[in-house]
Design a protein around this ligand. Structure first.
Ligand code: M6R
Length: 603
């Protein structure tokens, strides 16, 4: 949800800002803009649409010459995408870029308007800019402090004061922001990939802290100017991880990175036939009576697989919730409950709120997160990092796969610690999961088949995905992937539920993608395939090679054989590839689907 950057150093600031924004465009691409100091004055240039429009404008009108400035790429929340609503926004002396939402912006706007302040955009950000401006009387920290004391909501701000040249102020609350240090240069950014080309050294900034970036370096202080010492972090991500590396799209690259991502996530944690999570002591999960898994979108779908895995192995009840529902439904927690939060970004607003809710009720929490040091990672009692590296495509693929791997490992560890599986079953599980990366590699060989299938179905107006048990959970993910990037309507249905209403939508030629990998359910799903075929559906079946019932399908995707529990990791691969090729064939912008952003830091 919006990306912000800032730079001060000896390089051409406009180039560095544009570079950073191109790495952050996955966070939103409705408009882009920069504000830089040029000869002691703040120059602002912005443009509706993708970053390329801003680049073109800077090329045709001439780019300012500067060594210090801020930039923004927008995912519209308040006000449609337009030049006027594009960031940066300014008051008379204050210019800001913002990621987040000012919840009480209407009240603040009214009160400023009563004092004669004029507005030119529909955004909440302009209100924040003008509020800081209102309080600014030569003391930037005091102005920021007064403004923030009135602001309700989430924000990461980069702020310029026109009479304090070559200085950037940065603050945050509930929206991500890092402050990075290079050689004689400093940066702010919403995410690490924006600065990786220049430095790996960065600081995490907390609520009620201000970062002040000048030519002399970075200073952290509180609102009263007291210096705060902070520990420097080092990014382990490689710059190549955030580049396409010869692939046409990030999504395809990330699909192909899945075997390695799973290996990196699983292998170091399997030690002597046991599952070891850093910082989580033996017996941590003993005596759990109920588990809540909370997440959004694809991460929630990984949670659905997690539910089946935990319930079948550990025999402990699991509720899976969509974070935006969970946080407002006053959930019921028991004394020995545990909450598992899943998030790639670690910044999803609803998921973070769900985590805080559970903690405020005294529930133990564990976060399964990909971005190191993110708010969710820092907010939970324990964190299990997924080592997928940066996921840039808006459509999540490798993050889902590593989330599944962690769910399997958690299921086995919880089962073992609660005596639901014995030592030999635990050891066997550990040796089987180590085979997963290779099986995923083999499944990627379905690429050409998926491309061919996409060319058959590319003109479909609507599709169904069906499956039972874990296959239903995977179907949900396959359907989301397809909708998200190819804009084709699709629905995922529990295969046995179709005849309770939805089967009325099955007409001649309707594509139905069936997933049948769970041994004791295959026959049942095959019956459902027969039912839709009898009504004219064209069925594409994903199942193990040589499975009974393959003859019922019109088209086939064959999967390697693994124990049932791991089959979601294999079944999802062709569904991701199918969605990818459908989107490519339909001319969609695969990595940046319309209306979406990678990290949803607003409600
Ligand atoms: O960063 P998170 O894992 O918390 O994000 C959750 C969802 O927004 C995300 O999985 C979304 O559904 C994906 N774009 C789907 O591909």
């Amino acid at each position: 949800m919006c990306g912000i950057v800032g730079y001060i150093g000896e390089k051409n600031c406009v180039d560095v800002l544009l570079d950073g924004l191109s790495s952050l465009e996955y966070r939103g691409y409705d408009s882009a803009g920069i504000a830089v100091f040029e000869n002691g004055e703040v120059e602002t240039v912005k443009s509706c649409g993708r970053l390329v429009n801003l680049r073109d404008k800077l090329k045709s009108d001439g780019a300012p010459i500067s060594k210090c400035g801020i930039g923004h790429t927008r995912w519209a929340t308040h006000g449609k995408p337009s030049d006027a609503n594009a960031h940066p926004h300014s008051g008379s002396k204050v210019t800001i870029v913002h990621n987040g939402i000012i919840e009480n912006y209407v009240d603040l706007k009214n009160s400023l308007q009563e004092k004669g302040v004029k507005f030119i955009s529909d955004t909440d950000t302009e209100v924040a800019a003008k509020l800081i401006d209102y309080y600014y009387h030569n003391d930037p920290l005091a102005a920021i402090k007064s403004a923030l004391s009135r602001i309700r909501g989430s924000f990461a701000f980069g702020i310029l004061f026109s009479d304090i040249p070559d200085t950037i102020y940065a603050v945050r609350k509930d929206s991500p922001l890092i402050v990075a240090e290079g050689d004689g240069e400093s940066f702010i950014a919403s995410d690490i990939p924006a600065v990786l080309k220049y430095t790996r050294k960065y600081y995490l900034i907390e609520e009620n802290e201000v970062a002040v970036l000048t030519k002399r370096g970075i200073r952290f202080c509180d609102f009263d100017g007291e210096t705060i010492e902070k520990e420097m972090q080092t990014a382990t991500w490689d710059i190549s991880a955030a580049e396409k590396g010869g692939y046409r799209h990030f999504m395809l690259k990330e699909i192909y990175e899945q075997p390695k991502a799973i290996k990196d996530t699983v292998s170091p944690r399997i030690i002597d036939g046991k599952i070891v999570f850093d910082g989580i002591k033996d017996g941590e999960f003993k005596g759990i009576s109920q588990i809540h898994i909370v997440a959004c979108g694809t991460a929630m779908h990984a949670g659905m697989v997690g539910k089946y895995a935990i319930e079948s192995l550990a025999r402990i009840p699991v509720n899976v919730d969509i974070a935006s529902e969970f946080r407002y439904r006053d959930p019921i927690f028991g004394k020995n409950d545990y909450l598992i939060i899943i998030s790639q970004s670690g910044e999803t607003a609803d998921t973070l709120a769900a985590l805080r809710l559970a903690r405020s009720r005294g529930v133990k929490t564990i976060a399964v997160v990909n971005v190191v040091g993110s708010s969710i990672a820092r907010g939970a009692d324990h964190v299990i990092y997924t080592w997928a590296g940066p996921e840039i495509a808006v459509a999540s693929t490798k993050a889902y796969s590593v989330q599944l791997s962690v769910m399997y490992m958690l299921a086995a560890r919880i089962a073992f610690e609660n005596n639901a599986i014995d030592n030999s079953k635990y050891t066997e599980f550990c040796s089987e999961i180590l085979k997963l990366p290779e099986a995923v590699s083999q499944t990627l060989a379905q690429q050409e088949n998926c491309q061919r299938l996409a060319s058959i179905y590319q003109n479909a107006h609507s599709l169904f995905f069906i499956g039972r048990g874990m296959d239903y959970a995977v179907s949900m993910e396959g359907s989301l992937k397809l909708k998200e990037i190819s804009y084709i309507h699709s629905e995922a249905y529990a295969a046995g539920e179709l005849k309770h209403g939805t089967i009325s939508l099955i007409v001649e030629g309707m594509p139905v993608i069936a997933v049948a990998t769970q041994r004791q359910l295959v026959e049942k799903t095959v019956s459902n395939i027969k039912e839709v075929k009898a009504r004219g559906a064209n069925v594409l079946l994903a199942c193990r090679e040589g499975e009974n019932g393959v003859g019922e399908a019109d088209e086939l995707i064959e999967l390697p054989d693994m124990p049932d529990i791991f089959m979601p990791s294999l079944a999802v691969i062709p569904l991701q590839l199918f969605a990818y090729y459908m989107a490519v064939l339909r001319g969609c912008d695969v990595d940046k689907p319309r209306n979406l952003a990678k990290s949803v830091t607003v409600e």
